[in-house]
Design a protein around this ligand. Structure first.
Ligand code: TRP
Ligand code: SF4
Length: 327
């Protein structure tokens, strides 16, 4: 029996943070059961960053190292850069012929994002940005993917993808399955300062972080401000350390919360426990990262092989598309 196909993608943002780890863990798990395609979607990066492209190539490489360090395996999965497989663009063009403009204009993220990014000085009142979700649909459909692991925020895009597939199949002949969402439970963590995790706030812990960074960021975590002495009764609900312990120390989480409330554990010691747990989790990733970076040419090999494999599958789809459309 042939395996079902999974596709997912990330925009190349450079090094990831530990908040991304749960997403990658899920991708890694799927490798055993599915024929997985994982794309670094650099054309999507262009839709919002066409004015500042200097960092894209480096961001692609940095993110790839993180993917591999987290356990994505090029022997099992097809790992590639979107722009190395031009069939994504060809299918995007074909689909652009059949998608009503209104479908794109009504995607909830569209006007929202345009305003948000507009405030930051980015003019994304462009053809490419309007087509962002259609390019995403092409990413998925070009491998005739059965399932797409995504976060909840991507559901409108996936729904659009399904609608486009349906319309194509109806207008011509059935070529595309309608891909299902594989919703993973997203473990949402705040940044160390309690705000949303964001590289630009410098409040994240990098994936595969060095020991010094883990220590520094755990020390910077906001704790219960009313607690001054160890014996002060604490409230873990207002503490960032507690949120991290909930995810990274599930076995002792409740006990530590109790000790905090009773004033039998100090914040220093509490942070030390978290630091040790994070260190234990990050050390193997860090080690793999270092190993990967020691092999010159390895990253290019992975991407070249991935693009070849992806290209073969994508060519077959495009041949079917051309045939049923009649060009
Ligand atoms: N839009 C997705 C995001 O911002 C990235 C993406 C592009 C994607 N193409 C995809 C995700 C295809 C899943 C499948 O996260
Ligand atoms: Fe936070 Fe731990 Fe201090 Fe309680 S003891 S406030 S959970 S750091």
């Amino acid at each position: 029996m042939t395996k079902k196909v999974v596709l997912s993608g990330m925009r190349p943002t450079g090094r990831l943070h530990i908040g991304h780890y749960s997403v990658l863990e899920n991708w890694v798990r799927l490798q055993a059961e599915y024929n997985c395609y994982y794309a670094i979607v650099d054309w999507h990066a262009l839709t919002t960053s066409y004015q500042e492209t200097a960092g894209i190539k480096n961001n692609v490489k940095e993110m790839l190292v993180d993917w591999l360090a987290a356990g994505l395996d090029p022997e099992k999965s097809t790992i590639f850069v979107q722009s190395a497989v031009p069939q994504h663009a060809e299918l995007h063009l074909m689909l652009s012929m059949i998608i009503p403009l209104s479908w794109l204009e009504r995607v909830p993220t569209y006007k929202d994002q345009m305003q948000q990014l507009g405030k930051m000085g980015k003019d994304i009142n462009t053809y490419g940005f309007l087509g962002y979700p259609l390019l995403q649909a092409a990413d998925i459909l070009v491998y005739r993917a059965d399932a797409v692991p995504v976060g909840e925020d991507q559901l409108p895009h996936l729904e659009l993808c399904r609608e486009v597939a349906r319309r194509f199949n109806h207008l011509y002949q059935p070529v595309f399955p309608e891909p299902a969402a594989l919703l993973a439970e997203l473990k949402l963590l705040p940044g160390v300062d309690g705000r949303k995790m964001s590289k630009s706030y410098h409040n994240v812990i990098t994936l595969a972080a060095e020991t010094a960074e883990i220590k520094k960021q755990v020390n910077a975590m906001i704790t219960d401000p009313k607690r001054i002495r160890k014996t002060d009764l604490g409230n873990p609900d207002v503490c960032v350390v507690d949120k991290y312990q909930g995810i990274y120390l599930p076995a002792s989480h409740q006990e530590i919360r109790q000790q905090c409330r009773q004033g039998t554990i100090g914040c220093m010691q509490c942070k030390k426990i978290l630091t040790q747990a994070l260190e234990a989790l990050q050390a193997p990733l860090r080690e793999r990262r270092h190993q990967i970076l020691k092999r010159p040419g390895y990253l290019d090999e992975v991407l070249d092989a991935g693009a070849k494999k992806a290209g073969l599958a994508a060519q077959q789809t495009l041949a079917a598309v051309r045939a049923v459309v009649g060009i």
